[in-house]
Design a protein around this ligand. Structure first.
Ligand SMILES: NC(=O)c1ccc[n+]([C@@H]2O[C@H](COP(=O)([O-])OP(=O)(O)OC[C@H]3O[C@@H](n4cnc5c(N)ncnc54)[C@H](OP(=O)(O)O)[C@@H]3O)[C@@H](O)[C@H]2O)c1
Ligand SMILES: *[C@@H]1O[C@H](CO)[C@@H](O)[C@H](O)[C@H]1NC(C)=O
Ligand SMILES: *[C@@H]1O[C@H](CO)[C@@H](O)[C@H](O)[C@H]1NC(C)=O
Length: 336
């Protein structure tokens, strides 16, 4: 056999391996590599003070449970204090933490005038903030033509400005210590857009633009990292809580959510992202993961696909199904 042929075979094999990796992936390939070969959350994140917003439900709640098992000190924030107390109790049930290791700190992200005082409370309690997880947020399910402008203001105030405001309060402390991790729970909708969520997409795109710029401003502080984490559909209360045509109206009945990625899997991959300081992370099953990749390299094709899938999404929405249900189901894989 000639060397040329051998080389060609190797190249082909490499291509097949990459393709198989991609087909099996439920996150971008850098993240999958970090999961396999990178630093473990169990080594990296212990003894840290972690502040999680939106900790009363869904992804933030699960983050609290998984972080509490790593032995960190936790600050749990959201508006509903009784839900935060419930999460705290459950953290104490299984983890190694004591009551004093978990601070319940009620916070409304849209009330930016309260953020400075809240930051002071955390610093008084624990003396430092190692990780700020900007997770609190709200989605949208409504067509632009039917939706009041107030909804657009609310989504920007909550998802975008709330996050920017809290980061602005915490960053000086991280700069003083020359270390810290700023984590943003963004969304694949911060990279590619879909119908029924124009205001949500705008707020998440804004976050990506802002934090990519902030990261570049912080190059002189290599100990401070900015992680933009972009999940696809994940089980949580996000659809139930999604805003519709008016700010005061939510979806309410979310329908079947079981076909989405398990919350525990998404959060595990988020912890791996934090342990490895990954700058941008995509966490999703196909076809959304594929769409995210295509969107980077073949935007014209991707707009065409989103047009096709989007039509189905709007039909689902109008018939009362969850917008993503039908084309997602056949591709569902189990990871846990
Ligand atoms: N699940 C998904 O499919 C998915 C996909 C991509 C990205 N994400 C992102 O993941 C993050 C968490 O969402 P989730 O899926 O876990 O949804 P969720 O179950 O609805 O949780 C949302 C959290 O945000 C908090 N929150 C809402 N409004 C707030 C406010 N004004 N001030 C402070 N906290 C507020 C809620 O707590 P209170 O109501 O008690 O305030 C709750 O803890 C969001 O940023 C979302 O955009 C989710
Ligand atoms: C605690 O452990 C029990 C039993 O193993 C389990 O059913 C429960 O889900 C755990 N709770 C949390 C918050 O992890
Ligand atoms: C906003 O926070 C401030 C300071 O904590 C508080 O005095 C005020 O009542 C809050 N506003 C609303 C609308 O909750």
């Amino acid at each position: 056999m000639s060397w040329g042929l051998l080389l060609a075979l190797c190249a082909l094999l490499l291509l097949v391996v990459q393709l198989l990796r991609f087909l099996r992936a439920d996150g971008d390939l850098t993240l999958m590599w970090a999961e396999w070969q990178g630093r473990r959350p169990e080594w990296e994140l212990t003894d840290m003070v972690v502040w999680v917003t939106g900790a009363s439900s869904g992804i933030g709640e699960e983050l609290a449970y998984q972080l509490s098992k790593l032995g960190v000190s936790l600050v749990l924030s959201a508006r509903r204090v009784e839900e935060l107390e419930r999460v705290k109790r459950k953290c104490l049930e299984n983890g190694s933490l004591k009551g004093k290791d978990i601070l319940v700190l009620p916070l409304d992200l849209t009330n930016t005038s309260s953020h400075e005082a809240a930051t002071k409370v955390v610093l008084q309690e624990f003396g430092k903030i190692d990780i700020l997880v900007n997770n609190g947020g709200r989605s949208q399910r409504s067509l632009f033509v039917d939706t009041s402008l107030d909804v657009y203001k609310e989504l920007i105030d909550l998802n975008y400005l709330g996050t920017v405001s809290l980061t602005k309060c915490v960053l000086p402390h991280m700069i003083e210590r020359k270390q810290g991790k700023i984590v943003i729970v963004n969304s694949l909708m911060g990279i590619i857009s879909a119908p029924l969520a124009t205001g949500y997409c705008a707020s998440k795109h804004a976050l990506r633009g802002f934090f990519n710029g902030l990261r570049a401003e912080l190059v002189t502080y290599p100990g401070i990292t900015v992680s933009n984490i972009c999940p696809g559909p994940v089980q949580s209360n996000i659809v139930k809580n999604a805003v519709t045509e008016e700010v005061t109206k939510s979806v309410g009945n979310p329908g079947d959510q079981s076909y989405k990625m398990a919350t525990s899997r998404c959060v595990r991959l988020m912890l791996i992202s934090m342990a490895n300081d990954l700058k941008e992370v995509w966490i999703s099953d196909h076809p959304f993961l594929l769409a995210a990749y295509l969107g980077q390299y073949m935007p014209t094709l991707t707009f065409w696909i989103i047009g096709k899938l989007g039509k189905k999404r709007i039909e689902n929405f109008k018939s009362g199904l969850d917008a993503d249900s039908s084309y997602f189901k056949p591709l569902k894989k189990k990871h846990d």
